[in-house]
Structures are given as structure tokens and as C-alpha cells.
Design a protein around this ligand. Structure first.
Ligand code: HEM
Length: 419
């Protein structure tokens, strides 16, 4: 059996055949990892069961990434993702209002104008690296605006975020003391000195907002910190960290795989153009892009009690890993799952998690960003009878955690011949 935790396996693509054979086996598959292992949850329904039962499958015991952390490291690195109720409920309440559809509507115009500016620049230079020119700047600029981070710092935060992803690959490149870091790496998220830099940045900004409050999320967070029992100092810096990271890396990945899929399947692009003006089709395309991209490959839980899932006995303390990379291709739920089909309706992909209390906080925001970008592409390319073409292979991140792409050359081309 292929080791689906080996980052090198992901250098070319997700090992879909290995996941398909795990889905086909009855019960859960025990997968070795370092000196222990985990139950691999690969079917859609089983992922849902794990996600919706946090009292049984805990996020707070242990760590939600594959690797174990020592107790002090877990405490230092703990973010909303690695908590259970009641802490989780308290943390989530602090930010959830900023991410409701109603409140996000105020960011729609800004998002649309950023998308237009980026696509125009991409077309004006006749294409180039899609990640650098479009996919990375769009989500980071939006989340930084929501947080209240000055836009001139966007490039720096993208750079830090790239280094964080590197922490999940087999080739981290930063020395431990990069960015003036003196903290032991094991105490930092992704064991990366870039986390130290992101913490420092968040703390400086927090101090500025404390002195001069504004209508932004960082101000809201530092004000909650000042109330004392709402948010501790460590919680503030981990929150800032997770919002910057989760708010840009994942959506960037979806936008990149989405553009590649539309370039590689010109019939689906044509379908989108032909259906322009049908908002349902754009919404369906957004969901299919999310399923296809599966930006986060897995999340882990720890069994809090002895339990049974899919007929397999799980002992308290066992690790359980939900592989969204697999459940999003589950043939029991998706007809012809390996086909990119923007017309799928009721697309129950689990790219944002399998429901439950940890379901992605930014799901609506990510959907909005992808939808507005698609609409911008439809206008800018569609009206000029252009489509996207991929020039060469993507440079992918060899990570077992994110389905990242570092760069991919794309260009606008005449869409005539494919019709
Ligand atoms: C396509 C884009 C995105 C994908 C695929 C994605 C995926 C995920 C996944 C898989 C989880 C974990 C679910 C679980 O453990 O059950 C999650 C949680 C989270 N996401 Fe996203 N995410 C995306 C965009 C965003 C954005 C834009 C934000 C910005 C605010 C964000 C913030 C978070 C936070 C804070 C959590 C932790 C929620 C909790 O533990 O309660 N995500 N996301």
C-alpha cells in the first residue's frame, strides 16, 4: 500500500488510486505513521460521522495535524482549530459574526474590484504565473482588509505564509533563527520560524489598534483580549496567525486548481460562458472547483472514548484522520467522481470539513471570492472570446497537508477552435 502520509507522493498529484482502494476495504484502514499510526477515514459518510461528533472525536486532545506534539508545544501552538467546547465555542463566537454572509456583503465590492484589477493586469501582460499574479494576491488582500492589516504589507504576509506551507513538506528551507526567531521550533505552528514573524507582526498591529481602535477584526480581537476572560494573549496571536494562514493559503489553492481545471477542460469553460447570466451555474462551478481542488487534504481527531466507526473498534486515544482528498472522490456520493463537471448540483464536497462545529469559518468568504473571480473572468475573457490555457506543468508543493501549487504559467488564448 502507498504511504499516503509521505509528502513526496504529492509532488505530482493526490494518490487517488490508493485512496480508492482504502475506500473499497470494509471498515477503517490502519495506517502506520512514524512510531504509531492512525485510522484512515476515507469514505464521505464516515468523515461526516467524525466531524459531527466532537465529544467522541476530539480536536483538543492531541493535535489536528498528522504529527503528535509534546504537551507544552500543543499548548503554545493551540488555535481555535485545536480546541473543544467550551473554549472552542467562546473563540468561535468572537469572530463568527464577521464571517456571516450578511456581514461579508460589505466586502463584495472590494473583492470584485481587486479581482478585476488582477485579471486586467494578467491579461495586459498576456499571462504569466497565475499564482503570483492572481491566486495569491486576491484572498490575502481581502482577509487583510477584514483584519485591518495595511495592504502594503500583503507581499510580506504572503511570503510568510509560503514558508509556513513549506513546514509541511520534506524540504523546509529556513534556518531556525530566520526573522530573528529565538523560540524553539517545536513550539511554533508548522515548526516554522515564519510563525514567529507572523506572531510578531500580529502583536505589533494589535498594540497599534489597542492605542487607536478601528472598525476592523484585529481591533475586535484586542478588545476581547483586554476584557481578560475572553481571549488570552496566546489565543490572540494564534488567532491572528490562523486567520492569515487559513484565509489565504486555502483559497489561493482553490483558485489555482480551478483555473487549471477550466484550462484543462475547455468544454467546461465553454459551458460556463454559454450559461453566463445563469448565477446557479456559476455557483455550481464554485462548488465543483472546491471539490476538485480539495485545498486541505486531511484533518485529524483523537478518540476521547472507546467507540466504533464503520464497524471498526477504536480505542480512546487512537488517532483518526479524515481524508477529504478521498471523501471528495467517494463514488458512493459523487457520480463519476474523477470527472470535473461544473454542472453537478447538490455537490456535497467536504473541502470545508464534514459539517460539525469546526466547519470552516471562512467558507462563505472563500465561496464569495471564487465566485467573484469567476464572474470577472467570464466578463473579461468571455466577452473577448478568450479562455485560459496552461503553459507547462504546475510547480506543486510536496505536502501531505495542503494541495498547494507554488506556481503555474497560464495565458489567455483565443477560445475559437475548441467550440
Ligand atoms: C477554499 C478555501 C478554504 C478551505 C478549503 C478551507 C478548509 C477548511 C477546513 C478543512 C477546516 C477544518 C474543518 C474541520 O476541522 O472540521 C477549516 C477550518 C477553518 N477555516 Fe477554512 N478553509 C478555506 C478558507 C478559509 C478562509 C477564507 C478563512 C478565513 C477566515 C478560513 C478560516 C478557517 C478557520 C478559522 C477555521 C477553524 C474553524 C474552527 O475550528 O472552528 N478558512 N477550513
Amino acid at each position: 500500500m502507498i504511504d499516503v502520509t509521505d509528502p513526496r507522493v504529492y509532488r505530482d498529484r493526490i494518490p487517488h488510486e490508493a485512496f480508492a482502494s482504502m475506500r473499497a476495504r470494509p471498515g477503517l484502514v490502519w495506517h502506520r505513521y512514524e512510531d504509531n499510526g492512525f485510522w484512515a477515514v476515507t469514505r464521505h459518510n464516515d468523515v461526516k460521522e467524525v466531524s459531527r461528533n466532537p465529544e467522541i472525536f476530539s480536536s483538543g486532545i492531541g493535535h489536528t495535524n498528522l504529527w503528535d506534539l509534546e504537551a507544552d508545544a500543543l499548548e503554545a501552538r493551540r488555535s481555535i482549530i485545536d480546541t473543544d467546547a467550551p473554549d472552542h465555542t467562546r473563540l468561535r463566537r468572537l469572530v463568527s459574526r464577521s464571517f456571516t454572509p450578511r456581514n461579508l456583503r460589505r466586502w463584495e465590492e472590494l473583492t470584485r474590484s481587486i479581482a478585476r484589477e488582477l485579471v486586467d493586469a494578467f491579461l495586459a501582460r498576456d499571462g504569466g504565473d497565475w499564482v503570483e499574479l492572481v491566486a495569491a494576491p486576491l484572498p490575502i488582500r481581502v482577509i487583510l482588509s477584514i483584519l485591518g492589516v495595511p495592504l502594503e504589507d500583503a507581499d510580506y504576509l504572503v511570503e510568510l505564509s509560503n514558508y509556513l506551507v513549506e513546514g509541511t513538506t520534506d524540504q523546509p528551507s529556513l534556518p531556525p533563527n530566520a526573522f530573528g526567531n529565538t523560540t524553539e521550533l517545536r513550539l511554533l505552528p508548522f515548526a516554522s520560524p515564519a510563525s514567529h514573524a507572523l506572531f510578531e507582526y500580529g502583536e505589533t498591529l494589535g498594540a497599534e489598534r489597542r492605542a487607536e481602535p478601528r472598525d476592523d477584526l484585529v481591533t475586535q480581537l484586542v478588545q476581547a483580549e483586554d476584557v481578560g476572560d475572553k481571549l488570552s494573549h496566546d489565543e490572540f496571536r494564534n488567532f491572528f496567525h490562523v486567520l492569515v494562514f487559513a484565509g489565504n493559503e486555502t483559497t489561493r489553492t482553490a483558485i489555482t486548481h480551478g483555473a487549471m481545471a477550466l484550462a484543462d477542460h475547455p468544454d467546461q469553460w465553454d459551458r460556463l460562458v454559454a450559461g453566463a447570466g445563469n448565477p446557479d451555474l456559476v455557483d455550481h462551478a464554485v462548488e465543483e472547483i472546491l471539490r476538485w481542488a480539495t485545498p486541505v487534504l486531511h484533518m485529524r481527531r483523537t478518540a476521547a472514548v472507546d467507540t466504533t466507526l464503520a464497524g471498526t473498534d477504536i480505542a480512546a486515544g487512537d488517532k483518526v484522520v479524515m481524508w477529504y482528498a478521498s471523501s471528495n472522490r467517494d463514488e458512493a456520493v459523487f457520480a463519476d467522481p474523477n470527472r470535473f463537471d461544473i454542472g453537478r448540483v447538490d455537490n456535497l464536497h467536504q473541502s470545508f470539513g464534514g459539517t460539525g462545529p469546526h466547519y470552516c469559518l471562512g467558507a462563505y468568504l472563500a465561496r464569495m471570492e471564487i465566485r467573484l473571480l469567476l464572474e470577472t473572468l467570464l466578463t473579461s475573457l468571455g466577452e473577448r472570446a478568450l479562455r485560459l490555457e496552461r503553459r507547462g506543468q504546475p510547480n506543486r508543493v510536496a505536502s501531505n497537508f495542503v494541495h498547494g501549487v507554488l506556481s503555474v504559467d497560464m495565458a489567455p488564448v483565443d477560445s475559437g477552435p475548441t467550440r
